[in-house]
Design a protein around this ligand. Structure first.
Ligand SMILES: N[C@@H](CCC(=O)N[C@@H](CSS)C(=O)NCC(=O)O)C(=O)O
Ligand SMILES: [Fe+2]
Length: 288
């Protein structure tokens, strides 16, 4: 699987920028914007990073690109159908080449934008876990690496919210962003976690996933979740180890908390789940 992923993502990429001046200009403007945004300390001069928001479902979409590579290859994590045009417009403004549109899991509350993106940008690969039993171009498994330029994301299995949930973690190595960044989907939310009452959810499994796959990362690792309902944007492993009101408890207490959340089912669940099994393109499985 590693080799398959590596070779499919290392094919030559077509350049979107027309001159070196344009590339330098975009890079300069990006640095300026990043400082103004007040984002976490620049984790790597190579990494362009943006956190994007879809307000109806309170979903975060993440854009990552290697701007030290001449092709400026980029990944989008958890794009939403409603904000695909905004995201693609940003990618174009920044002179990036989108190579992968990825999901952390089969979302129940909104329709993914991965299928729409594939229809709008040629060559983009859709990505989801094999364990999700969904259709996509790349069905990733724990330990796989998704390369973009000289940077990569490592895949960690974090089931419990759904059976096929994964967390994408920036690479560990001298040339990779430091501190590391973990895109946790709905497995770990800031001061919370994903519910475990549908789609193969299991509070026992979620507790194990978070403790073994996320809380074992260095304490300074940034946590970037798929949703936030209170206005938070980022946390760290160290912060959640101290202050997460669910996952700091012992397993039995955690199970009790999860059984008593009494959350209403997501309004879009009946539309979103079948659609998201095929990249958001409900009745066109062949297009993924
Ligand atoms: N009200 C929203 C759905 C809210 C919800 O259930 N969120 C999920 C993540 S999306 S599957 C969740 O796990 N929440 C955990 C929590 O503690 O809030 C809607 O109708 O879409
Ligand atoms: Fe979810």
């Amino acid at each position: 699987m590693l080799r398959k992923l590596g070779s499919s993502l290392s094919k030559p990429l077509s350049l979107q920028l027309t001159s070196k001046i344009a590339a330098a200009d975009v890079q300069k403007r990006w640095c300026h914007c990043q400082i103004q945004m007040g984002s976490p300390e620049t984790p790597s001069p190579k990494l362009l990073f943006r956190q994007l928001y879809e307000k109806e479902s309170s979903t975060y979409t993440y854009l990552l690109a290697d701007v030290s590579h001449p092709d400026r290859p980029a990944l989008l994590i958890d794009p939403v159908d409603k904000t695909v045009d905004r995201d693609l417009s940003l990618i174009q403004d920044l002179g990036l080449k989108l190579i992968c549109a990825m999901n952390t899991h089969v979302h129940a509350d909104h329709v993914t934008g991965t299928g729409l993106i594939k229809g709008k940008v040629s060559g983009v690969k859709s990505v989801i876990s094999k364990a999700s039993s969904s259709k996509a171009d790349l069905l990733i498994e724990p330990g796989d690496k998704i390369h973009f330029g000289s940077l990569f994301l490592e895949v960690r299995a974090t089931p419990g919210h759904t059976l096929g949930c994964v967390t994408y973690v920036t690479g560990d190595g001298p040339d990779q962003p430091q501190p590391r960044m973990a895109f946790t989907g709905d497995a770990l939310l800031i001061r919370g976690c994903g519910r475990t009452d549908f789609q193969g959810g299991s509070s026992q499994q979620l507790y194990k996933s978070v403790h073994s796959q996320i809380f074992t990362l260095p304490k300074e690792t940034f946590i970037f979740p798929a949703h936030d309902y209170k206005g938070f944007t980022v946390s760290t492993v160290g912060e959640e180890l101290l202050y997460n009101p669910r996952l700091t408890k012992d397993e039995e207490t955690f199970k009790g908390i999860m059984e008593n959340l009494k959350l209403a089912y997501p309004k879009m669940i009946d539309i979103a789940v079948p659609a998201n099994m095929v990249c958001g393109l409900q009745d066109s499985a062949s297009k993924v």
